[in-house]
Design a protein around this ligand. Structure first.
Ligand SMILES: Cc1cc2nc3c(=O)[nH]c(=O)nc-3n(C[C@H](O)[C@H](O)[C@H](O)COP(=O)(O)OP(=O)(O)OC[C@H]3O[C@@H](n4cnc5c(N)ncnc54)[C@H](O)[C@@H]3O)c2cc1C
Length: 385
């Protein structure tokens, strides 16, 4: 049986393992995870919705990506039922965003729209409606001065609670799991030997690097941006159920325990102090949503993570390294990991199990980033053998 190592147990690595197990792939799977405190995937509540940007124009594979995420979340709901909820995303139409979103809605999603015939998202289309008085009466704390679009499907995912259960599920399904950091990889005959920081070496037929921000260190020539950010989980004075909202760069969701989770901040070097970020986020919430309940700052926790973004088109990077057969990469999930990550992982799973992958692979193909020897790594050596 082929032995495969997945390095990184965040959303990328876990999505891949999920598809491999679901497909009954005949592989012996080992997961290595270094438990990085800035793991991007483990935010208290992350949101997934199809139009996170400033347009409602669908990428040609957006519908496929959303279907993939929906399937993965449905499966993970079986493993961790309390951690995933379907919801709607509220998008108040403010300033130039109002024109942009209204126009792309007209162009792409109405029958007479000028791009409607190019819209490839034909099945299980998203719902895009304008919020009514009754919607606002149901969620008065989301009242703003602007007309508001409400889109679905959207999901609130208590990722920090979900992933430990996903790891446990993998262990129950014979995925050998090691909480250790992989320092380097070396070729030995026709296998790849991975060296971990506890001094152990294990050899595999295939290795997948799904290690988020470490992509930048391992591939120093790559056009990768690391962007930190924080989310505040805080207890509202009134524990009512809310949906999700995005306005002025502030994203608001709700944890299963009814705490609000909102953010996020953006930083590139050292994180600001938790006090500074907590104050900033509380102020932004009050300014953005004047009808939001008061938050109890004493029962709040600030979570920070680091996103890995491919600078050029901000889409995922995936595939086999050009210089090294049987080493694969699954990274750069960016700031919309739940939107594009599961679909990219599915494409890689098909590649790994020799199934046909169509032209869609070009969207994520790591060769997009091969300029300037982008995929050279000082930590991967062809040396012995
Ligand atoms: C503040 C913030 C808010 C966000 N909000 C959202 C949101 O609402 N919706 C959304 O879809 N996305 C959101 N994202 C983005 C999303 O979290 C990421 O795109 C996604 O989680 C990245 O997953 P990953 O598995 O590639 O990386 P990570 O989650 O960072 O996982 C990498 C894993 O690799 C392990 N690792 C690293 N190096 C090694 C090594 N050498 N050996 C072994 N293990 C190693 C680490 O321990 C870690 O567990 C947000 C990100 C941030 C920072």
């Amino acid at each position: 049986m082929k032995r495969i190592a997945i390095i990184g147990g965040g959303l990328a690595g876990c999505s891949l393992i999920h598809w491999l197990l679901k497909d009954n792939s005949v592989l012996d799977i080992t997961l290595f995870d270094s438990q990085d405190p800035y793991t991007a995937s483990f935010g208290p509540t992350l949101l997934c919705h199809p139009f996170p940007g400033r347009s409602l124009a669908p990428h040609p594979y957006l519908g496929d990506a959303v279907e993939c995420t929906r399937e993965l979340l449905k499966d993970w709901t079986q493993i961790a039922p309390q951690t995933i909820r379907e919801t709607h995303m509220w998008r108040p139409l403010k300033g130039s965003n109002a024109q942009r979103l209204s126009k792309s809605h007209l162009d792409w999603w109405t029958e007479e729209g000028k791009h409607a015939h190019e819209n490839t998202w034909l099945e299980n289309r998203p719902t895009i409606t304008t919020c009514t008085e009754s919607d606002i009466e149901t969620h008065p704390c989301f009242k703003t001065d602007y007309p508001t679009l409400r889109t679905g499907p959207a999901f609130a995912i208590d990722a920090g609670d979900l992933f430990p259960l996903v790891h446990q599920h993998f262990r129950n399904n014979n995925v050998s799991t090691h909480y250790t950091s992989i320092q380097s990889i070396e070729k030995c005959h026709d296998q790849w030997c991975v060296h971990s920081d506890n001094g152990e070496t294990t050899c595999f037929d295939q290795v997948v690097l799904a290690f988020g921000r470490q992509t930048k260190r391992w591939f120093p020539h790559l056009d990768i941006t690391l962007q930190g950010g924080s989310l505040l989980k805080a207890r509202p004075s009134s524990p009512e159920t809310i949906e999700a909202l995005s306005l002025d760069g502030l994203h608001v969701g709700q944890h299963a325990d009814k705490d609000w989770v909102f953010g996020s901040t953006r930083w590139s070097e050292q994180p600001p102090t938790p006090e500074t970020e907590t104050t900033e986020l509380l102020q932004r919430l009050t300014k953005t949503l004047p009808h939001s309940p008061t938050m109890n700052a004493d029962i709040s926790t600030l979570w920070s993570g680091i996103r890995t973004i491919y600078g050029s088109d901000r889409l995922t990077l995936c595939g086999e390294l050009p210089q090294h057969r049987n080493i694969f990469v699954l990274t750069a999930l960016g700031s919309k990991g739940f939107l594009w990550g599961p679909w990219t992982a599915r494409l890689l799973q098909k590649r790994l199990t020799q199934q046909t992958v169509g032209a869609e692979f070009e969207t994520v193909d790591l060769m997009r980033a091969n300029a300037e020897d982008g995929w050279y790594s000082p930590y991967i050596q062809n040396s012995i053998g």
